[in-house]
Design a protein around this ligand. Structure first.
Ligand code: KG4
Ligand code: ZN
Length: 350
């Protein structure tokens, strides 16, 4: 099956073309994907001066970029011949989501009127992106614990199979990516903050400052990151009273970045491993933009392998928003015969 997938939930205009094969509950013929085309047009430089994504600017850029990216995917759309057109319907910024939804309807109507248009949950895109990993061909996967960490979500799930998932917990306030972005802003680092914090953390001391690890030992599987961000704020405010120029020291900024990153990662890893042991799973999956963080990937993989668990995570370019993962989730929805309203749903969840 050939799938044309469109993603515009935030600040990336992305279109991909995939070939999908395989079945849902087959050991020998699992869902597999061949990426035929994959383009992501990032708006980071547009939003950077504002320190975050501005919804109406995102909408304007998507409107401008969608036809350009589509033209680069298919100079002659009639030659494309997809079996399915898929578009992200949520969660995300509604003005941004609408641009993708309307564009998908438009091109489907114009070029592929007999083809089905499927609405995709962006979070399922992150969740199923592990299927890009080559290891899935042979390894035992399920049951698995899946951790989704993005700019808008922090969710822990138990996956019994591709069709049977159960949410164990999620953040009660800020998403972990949001905490990275907000702490980066406190440190005067550019948007998006996650990669900037990671870069600085490499030269900082993760044990320099003992930031709190909220909810790390609670019995549930929920998370909380707003208290951690606030304690970074108070720490910076207090230290500046006695050392007003300290923020100009790169060593100081790097230590704050590394200590914050370690606190955030410790909580994620502790709770994920606790869930993995409690439910005696065979593997751990990590996805979402924050999964691009090497320290998180490395440490979670190491902790999982210590308990003989497999680790699945696609490469970083498929962790941050892209349309390949939307095509993958579309194929799974198609196999499950699941339909969604083709309308922007900003607050959609798993
Ligand atoms: O999944 P994603 O691209 O968009 C959403 O669905 O939200 O995630 C974006 C988030 C941002 O908060 C960004 O700062 C964070 O992922 N991020 C990172 C890294 N790369 C992106 N956080 C920590 N370390 C990174 N290397
Ligand atoms: Zn995302």
């Amino acid at each position: 099956m050939k799938i044309l997938a469109i993603e515009t939930s935030c600040d990336e205009t992305a279109i991909a073309l995939l070939k999908a094969t395989g079945r849902l509950n087959s050991q020998t013929n699992k869902p597999r994907f061949k990426i035929l085309k994959n383009l992501v047009s990032s708006q980071i430089s547009i939003h950077r001066p504002f320190g975050g994504v501005v919804p109406n600017l995102a909408k304007r850029e998507h409107l401008k970029n969608l036809p350009i990216v589509f033209e680069r995917i298919a100079s002659d759309p009639y030659q494309l011949k997809p079996d399915l057109v898929a578009v992200t319907v949520g969660p995300g910024l509604e003005p941004a989501l609408w641009t993708g939804v309307n564009f998908a309807k438009e091109i489907r109507h114009k070029y592929f009127p007999n083809i089905k248009l499927l609405g995709v949950n962006h979070l399922e895109g992150h969740l199923y992106s592990f299927l890009l990993s080559k290891k899935t061909k042979s390894s035992k996967i399920f049951p698995a614990i899946s951790l989704i960490v993005s700019g808008g979500h922090t969710i822990l799930l138990l996956m019994q199979s591709l069709t049977k998932t159960q949410k164990l917990g999620e953040t009660r306030d800020d998403a972990v990516g949001e905490a990275f972005d907000k702490v980066a802003r406190l440190l005067n680092l550019p948007y998006p903050g996650g990669p900037e914090i990671e870069k600085l953390a490499r030269i900082g001391n993760p044990n320099a400052i003992a930031f709190p690890r909220p909810m790390i030992h609670t019995k549930d599987y929920d998370f909380s990151f707003s208290g951690l961000k606030t304690s970074v704020l108070y720490y910076l405010r207090d230290i500046q009273k006695t050392e007003p120029n300290i923020q100009s020291s790169q060593k100081f900024i790097a230590d704050v970045a590394a200590s914050f990153q370690q606190a955030a990662i410790d909580t994620l890893i502790t709770k994920t491993i606790k869930a993995a042991k409690t439910f005696r799973v065979k593997s751990i999956m990590l996805s979402g933009g924050v999964a691009a963080n090497k320290t998180l990937r490395k440490n979670l993989k190491r902790e999982g392998e210590r308990s003989k668990m497999n680790f699945f995570s696609s490469i970083p370019k498929f962790q941050t928003d892209n349309a390949v993962m939307i095509g993958i989730a579309a194929y799974i929805s198609h196999l499950k015969k699941k339909n969604r309203h083709i309308t922007a749903q900003g607050n959609l969840n798993l």
